[in-house]
Design a binder for this molecule. Structure first.
Ligand code: BGC
Length: 410
């Protein structure tokens, strides 16, 4: 039996996003999209995990399992439900959440934007509009002024590269669906000006999102509190199959490096990894029927995390926090095995001298997996959708024990 001692102050946590767990986030653009005719969403988010009301018990449960950190997001649409109208009550809600983390010995890692956007922003085109970075920075400034003294780590924007990743793996273009037309109509913009965050994959949208990140970074750093600020990236481990070296390098650049190379002034890079992408001379080689897959159709490949940590550290030169990693499966024994293998690759990167500062499992709870609805199960804690009862799975106890001991035995 070998064991690995993690560095002192290593952050051990789980991650969630407001819209996926809070419930009834009715001012978001996502709520509108979920209810459109011909929507691509499998079902509406509804009450989600009712984390909005149940956060005190939820945070206490996470602490009791052994975690010392928790990553969650603020819902911009709650805080600014109409343009320029900021809700003191909602800011106070998040302040209580932060205080609850501290009372439980949990370091709060706060994401300022995790995919959802206030509906009103969409009437400007959302993430394709040049005015959006300033609007986002104004909200970040309000939020940090109210909450900054209690924040432990801040993430500005979650996964600015998700649109380009999705455009490579989806077998169809979202822009060609009736859903897209209905969405444009609902927000009163043309189909070309529909800048939904998860699907805004043009170079113009990328520039808007990166500008929003930079402005947010500056206002958050100027506010109260003194904590690291960075962004998080959807990093699939891009690997070249035989003859695919050139193509793989192209994918790596378009999906990842074009963002990673622009993070000057950031304090860390958030790595979010679920699987790998094999690239041959003609593009992506999708996993065959004989390959084990997660519920999202990706290959079961926990060692992807080592590859993405190395890549992100090399390109950015920044310390790394693994801000998301996990497996969607009904079978918790596979999730546990996934965590064991993924953590092995984290220990290897630390032994190689890479400055990895934390590990956050996605996700704390079985939750609303965007267009896929509630079918994929990512949680280490099961949630009964009818009663909201929480039941930690064996993987929660295992990971919580590693967290508590700050040590991994294998
Ligand atoms: C996102 C999460 C999502 C997870 C699993 C990440 O891209 O940040 O919101 O639930 O992956 O698909």
């Amino acid at each position: 039996m070998s064991e690995f001692q993690f560095p002192k102050d290593f952050l051990w946590g789980t991650a969630t996003a407001a819209h996926q767990v809070e419930g009834n986030n009715i001012n978001t653009e996502s709520w509108v999209l979920e209810h459109l005719p011909e929507t691509v969403y499998a079902e509406p988010s509804g009450d989600a995990c009712d984390h909005y009301h149940r956060y005190p018990e939820d945070i206490a449960l996470l602490a009791s399992l052994g975690f010392n950190a928790y990553r969650f997001s603020l819902d911009w649409a709650r805080i600014e439900p109409e343009e320029g109208e900021f809700s003191y009550a909602e800011l106070e809600h998040y302040r209580r959440m932060l205080a609850t983390c501290h009372e439980n010995g949990i370091q709060p890692v706060v994401t300022f934007h995790h995919f959802t956007t206030p509906r009103w922003l969409m009437s400007y085109g959302g993430w394709v509009d040049d005015g959006t970075p300033d609007r986002f920075a104004r909200y970040c400034e309000k939020a940090v002024n109210h909450l900054g003294d209690l924040i432990g780590v801040a993430c500005t924007v979650n996964e600015p590269n998700i649109p380009i990743l999705l455009s490579k793996i989806l077998p169809f273009k979202m822009q060609d669906t009736p859903f897209w037309q209905n969405a444009a109509q609902a927000f009163g913009v043309s189909t070309e000006r529909l800048g939904l965050f998860q699907f805004a994959g043009t170079p113009e949208a990328r520039n808007v999102i990166l500008a929003a990140h930079k402005k947010a970074l500056n206002v958050i750093k100027a506010g109260p509190g003194d904590f690291p600020v960075g962004l998080t990236m959807a990093l699939v481990d891009v690997q070249a199959a035989e003859g695919g070296e050139e193509k793989a390098a192209e994918y790596q650049y378009d999906m990842n490096d074009i963002f990673l190379e622009q993070l000057e002034g950031d304090d860390f890079i958030g790595v979010q990894t679920y699987s790998r992408m094999l690239v041959g001379p003609d593009g992506i080689i999708h996993p065959g029927d004989d390959v084990e897959k997660n519920q999202m159709g990706e290959e079961y490949y926990p060692e992807a995390l080592g590859g993405t940590i190395r890549h992100a550290a090399k390109v950015t030169g920044l310390p790394v926090i693994v801000t998301e990693n996990g497996l969607s499966s009904e079978d918790d024994t596979r999730r546990l095995a996934y965590f064991q293998q993924a953590l092995r690759s984290v220990t290897e990167t630390l032994q190689e001298g890479i400055d990895v500062r934390g590990y956050f499992a996605w996700s704390a709870f079985d939750n609303f997996e965007w267009v896929a609805g509630y079918t994929p199960k990512f949680g280490i804690i099961a949630v009964d959708r009818a009663t909201q009862e929480r039941t930690p799975k064996p993987s929660a106890y295992w990971l919580g024990k590693v967290a508590k001991e700050n040590r991994y035995q294998y």
